[in-house]
Design a protein around this ligand. Structure first.
Ligand code: COI
Length: 356
């Protein structure tokens, strides 16, 4: 149990007048959570303070060797005015898996969740009221040693910031076009593909830019060894409905184990779908499209929620999906997941955690 001190900001920011125009991750709330780690002492000085720049020495190791991890979560406001989180303990567990791979200290799950709840409680008024908008929560941790030697730091800073946000993609729930990246790779066995670390995203940016220049929303990554099997999209996991069955890459070290991904798999299995977590060759996806068997494709993610895909382009060939429209299963998954998150549907699985 953390002892969290709270220092309220003397001046509060103006809340956004039009929640329909929030975009994603552009505005930040009045406060942030900070906690320090010192080797030998552990985590200490948990505090909520006014949102402000972090003063860091230019030789701070995170700037040089990218010892950094993060999480993405949301707080939702129900029609009755309750504020709730979605499976925050899953984010805490993944955070600690990322920490372990990057040689960083873990944070006990209950402390991680307590910190998120405490900050959201202080920022309660920032949780949007409109449909589809929520308070995006970004916990992250950086190495704060000063010096240029490459080794695990002895000092870290854990930070949580919040951003009232709408849809991640400008398209909203309109289907997106995805470019299958066949030059660069995102992950390979033994590397950090399963972690949420800034370095993974840094390495993905060039491919994302190329895809955007070509008119696509994101890239679909293939496996890093053979460049043959589908893995994930830049900011979400991806699932394919082929001939009635759902296929998605297994989380065997190179794919981010998404909280939305696992929730969707649970829902699909409850509904009687066969879900195959394993290697799926991009050539087989394109073949299924040619044969009229590629019924639906959608991404899953905290930021992306459920994001329908209308086109996949690979080696100059295009697979068109669902006549450019969201498929019925994708829509049902979106409605069910967001129904639970926003409290419109009963939470029969115990996924929702109230912020009281
Ligand atoms: C999320 O879905 O929360 C993410 O962190 C993806 C992203 C915006 C990089």
């Amino acid at each position: 149990m953390l002892n969290i001190t709270v220092q309220k900001s003397a001046v509060l920011k103006q809340k956004p007048a039009d929640e329909g125009k929030l975009g994603f991750g552009k505005l930040f709330t009045d406060h942030m959570f900070l906690m320090d780690y010192t080797a030998g002492e552990g985590w200490h000085d948990a505090r909520i303070v006014p949102y402000a720049p972090l003063p860091l020495d230019p030789a701070t190791t995170v700037f040089h060797y990218a010892q950094e991890i993060f999480e993405g979560m949301k707080a939702y406001r129900t029609a009755e005015g309750r504020v709730q989180l979605f499976r925050p303990e899953c984010n805490a567990a993944r955070f600690n898996d990322s920490a372990d791979r990057l040689g960083m200290p873990p944070i006990p799950t209950e402390d991680f969740v307590q910190a998120v709840k405490a900050l959201v409680d202080v920022e309660r008024d920032w949780v949007p009221h409109s449909d589809g908008a929520s308070l995006y929560i970004r916990p992250f941790c950086i190495a704060t040693d000063v010096g240029l030697g490459v080794h695990a730091a002895k000092n870290y800073l854990f930070v949580i910031i919040c951003s009232p946000s709408g849809a991640y993609y400008a398209e909203g729930l309109d289907p997106v076009r995805i470019y299958v990246e066949d030059e660069y790779i995102r992950a390979a066995p033994g590397l950090t593909g399963f972690c949420k670390c800034g370095g993974n995203y840094a390495a993905s940016i060039k491919a994302g830019e190329k895809a955007e220049e070509l008119g696509f929303s994101q890239v679909l990554w293939l496996d890093g060894v053979e460049k043959k099997y589908v893995e994930e999209v830049g900011s979400m996991n991806i699932m394919f409905k082929i001939d009635g069955k759902i296929y998605t890459a297994a989380c065997t070290g190179t794919v981010l184990p998404g909280v939305t991904r696992r929730s969707i798999i649970e829902l699909l299995k409850d509904w009687g779908y066969e879900v195959i977590e394993g290697p799926l060759a991009i050539a087989d996806v394109m073949k299924a499209a040619d044969e009229g068997k590629l019924e639906e494709v959608f991404g899953t993610g905290t930021a992306a929620v459920i994001s329908p895909v209308k086109e996949l382009d690979w080696e100059g060939k295009a697979a068109m999906i669902g006549g450019g429209k969201i498929g019925p299963l994708t829509q049902k998954l979106y409605d069910t997941l967001t129904g639970i998150q926003w409290g419109r549907l009963p939470d029969t699985k115990g996924w929702v955690v109230p912020v009281e």
